[in-house]
Ligand binder design. Structure first.
Ligand code: RTP
Ligand code: MG
Length: 139
């Protein structure tokens, strides 16, 4: 089951601009089923843990500040080949490099404020999903 699921966040920039509906439409139109969904906000500790892999990078402080500044939408998504297909749907990290038709091309404003997160492996998808959602919230 885990191989067919991924985890996403609609980041604070996109929530602030009112793009929750537009982004969820792109996700469901691309064939993903919503398994879990909520509006929540990351604490400082949550964001530091979530992006711990980047803790030595120069943009880490900025990234943590951005990800905690307002609510996010957390969701688990299901589709065949979910992790890879969702990374393709969101597009490149920097929206300047994102392909036409991708979520970041349409909604991201910069490499830092890039509208959405997508898990980068099945293992991380499971860790990130279970961090945000109890078993009874995963449909
Ligand atoms: P994400 O984890 O959020 O899905 O993004 P990603 O895989 O496409 O990119 P990643 O390399 O994991 O970077 C995580 C997030 O850090 C911010 N970032 N800022 N200022 C910069 O040069 C820079 N580089 C990365 C972005 O918000 C990126 O999504
Ligand atoms: Mg990443």
């Amino acid at each position: 089951m885990a191989t067919n699921r991924t985890f996403t966040m609609i980041k604070p920039d996109a929530v602030e601009k009112g793009h929750i509906g537009g982004i969820l439409s792109m996700i469901t139109e691309a064939g993903f089923r919503i398994v879990s969904l909520k509006l929540t906000q990351l604490t400082l500790a949550d964001a530091q843990a979530f992006y711990a892999v980047h803790k030595e990078r120069p943009f880490f402080g900025e990234l943590v500040e951005f990800m905690t500044r307002g609510p996010i939408v957390a969701a688990i998504l299901e589709k065949e080949n979910a992790v890879e297909d969702f990374r393709a749907l969101i597009g490149a990290t920097n929206p300047a490099d994102a392909a036409e038709g991708t979520i970041r091309k349409k909604y991201a404003t910069s490499v830092g404020e890039n509208a959405v997160h997508g898990s980068d492996s099945d293992e991380n998808a499971a860790i990130e999903s279970n961090f945000h959602f109890a078993g009874r919230e995963q449909f």
